[in-house]
Design a protein around this ligand. Structure first.
Ligand code: SDX
Length: 442
């Protein structure tokens, strides 16, 4: 009968070790027994960027990258996108089950009563430059929420975690909309709790002199589905940030601000903004073949393509591509979609991309829709952060409750200098190529 163990022979000593295999993994600490001498530290694993390392056990999101499968709490993303709403999906991600009617009414009420922000938040937003990137404003302001809610430090108190969850899901859209209005030089629009979660967000963004803003139902539903698609995605870069920062037992606002900062990066949530800039630079369908050659030569990346986990078509990208057609009926077609479709067509036939299993990811088409809906490019990562807040807070709370988790503190392989003695400055070598080498290090 095969055993769920790994037998390791250390050829340096001839010793043999047997380590248990659990859930497709071995525990890295089981390698520390493998030593060449009693005072040897023992073996570690080396895995920059955690390409093959499980950092936690989670019940929230399941991805099968080879099959292009994505499920929140077991529910396929395709079904949620077709039948659910973002607020219901946020409940599912946070609570673990779909709500019954009473729970949904309570959840809706409990998030809506937290859409208002402290009036001082307006002073924060006012303090940013006119051309401040909305994502920078979001990162700073979400972090500042921790100063308004000191009770959030009680992270082991269930009711405190629940209140902060409602506050974050309720307030992040308001802060995002305030950041947008500031960048446009427009007055802030307070929440309208008569509207849906996503309808209220649109109102806070686009309401002008009309007494009551009426969102276009097609655009409201399209954005709500986009929010569903972006709500969580297991241990991505920003979720790793919320867990790692949260593991120091800091409050959830500070942890979510750290996650927002990670999402800001062009390789992560900033990719949909980078896709539009790439498409604008390509300029026309005729220029696509030359652009593909550039990417293959390593001159820049085909932004919106590739994924650490998906080695097949990102299921979210398929749904987003369908949403584009519905949005364009209302907004008019965004001509950039023709360039994107041609890029996809050629890339999916080109060995460079096929060999590397590079497919469109969630960011490839989302920016084209956002642009058609009238959002400036700088708002695109913000439109990612809003729905992902539910995922971040759910992952953070799962980490807080996990008895196997403690402060995240990776090891390293030291490859620096051996011990050296300090010498007075007059005894140090004259500037040389060494000087250049040192000054280059930052
Ligand atoms: C998101 O993790 C998540 O779940 C993230 C996310 C979520 O919901 O949270 O799904 C959201 O961040 C989607 C990804 C958005 N980013 C982009 O679209 C930026 C462009 N894509 C990449 O830079 C890249 O594909 C990553 C960052 C997404 C993944 O990078 P990996 O897994 O570290 O892959 P890699 O950099 O090691 O690339 C492997 C090879 C390399 O070629 P070789 O060195 O083997 O010759 O593929 C090449 C890369 O050069 N490659 C690309 C490419 N992506 C990878 N070549 C051209 N264009 C690309 N987009």
């Amino acid at each position: 009968m095969p055993k769920d163990t790994l037998t390791i022979v250390d050829n340096r000593t001839g010793k043999q070790y047997e380590v248990p295999i659990e859930l497709g993994t071995i525990n890295a600490m089981d390698l520390r027994q493998i030593k060449t001498a009693a005072d040897d530290f023992g073996l570690m694993t080396y895995d920059p960027a955690f390409t093959n390392t499980a950092s936690c056990k989670s019940r929230i999101t399941y991805i099968d990258g080879d099959q292009g499968v994505l499920r929140y709490r077991g529910y396929p993303i395709e079904e949620l996108a077709e039948k659910s709403t973002y607020l219901e999906t946020a409940y599912l991600i946070v609570k673990g089950e779909l709500p019954n009617r009473a729970h949904m009414e309570m959840w809706t009420h409990n998030t809506k009563i937290h859409t208002m922000v402290h009036e001082n938040i307006k002073k924060f937003i006012d303090g940013f430059r006119y051309d401040a990137h909305p994502m920078g404003m979001l990162v700073g302001t979400v972090g500042a929420l921790s100063t308004f809610y000191p009770d959030a430090k009680n992270i082991f108190d269930l009711e405190s975690r629940r209140v902060q969850t409602r506050r974050l899901i309720g307030k992040v859209p308001t802060i995002a909309a305030f950041a947008y209005r500031h960048s446009r030089g427009l007055p802030y629009v307070y929440p309208d709790n008569e509207l849906s979660y996503t309808g209220n967000f649109l109102a806070m963004l686009f309401k002008m002199t009309e007494l009551v803003y009426k969102p276009n139902p097609v655009l409201e539903r399209a954005l709500d589905v986009l929010f569903i698609l972006h709500a969580d995605h297991e241990q991505n870069c920003s979720t790793n940030a919320v867990r790692s920062v949260g593991s120091s037992q800091v409050d959830p606002y500070s942890a979510v601000a750290a996650a927002s900062a990670a999402l800001y990066g062009p390789l992560h949530g900033g990719a949909n903004e980078a896709v539009i800039r790439m498409l604008l630079e390509i300029g026309s369908v005729a220029n696509v073949p030359a652009a593909i050659q550039k990417f293959k030569a390593g001159e820049g990346r085909l932004m919106g393509f590739g994924h650490r986990v998906y080695k097949n078509y990102d299921p979210r990208a398929k749904i987003i591509k369908r949403i584009a057609d519905e949005v364009f009926v209302v907004t008019g077609k965004n001509p950039l979609i023709d360039i994107a479709v041609e890029l996809e067509r050629i890339a999916l036939q080109d060995d460079y991309f096929v060999k590397r299993k590079l497919y469109p990811n969630v960011d490839f088409y989302s920016g084209i829709i956002y642009q058609a809906m009238g959002f400036p490019m700088t708002m695109f990562p913000v439109l990612f952060a809003i729905p992902r807040t539910a995922g971040w807070i759910a992952q953070w709370a799962e980490m807080v409750r996990d008895p196997e988790q403690k402060i995240a503190r990776p090891r390293q392989i030291y490859i620096g200098e051996g011990v050296r003695r300090w010498v007075p400055i007059e005894q140090r070598p004259e500037p040389s190529s060494r000087e250049d080498a040192v000054t280059q290090q930052i």
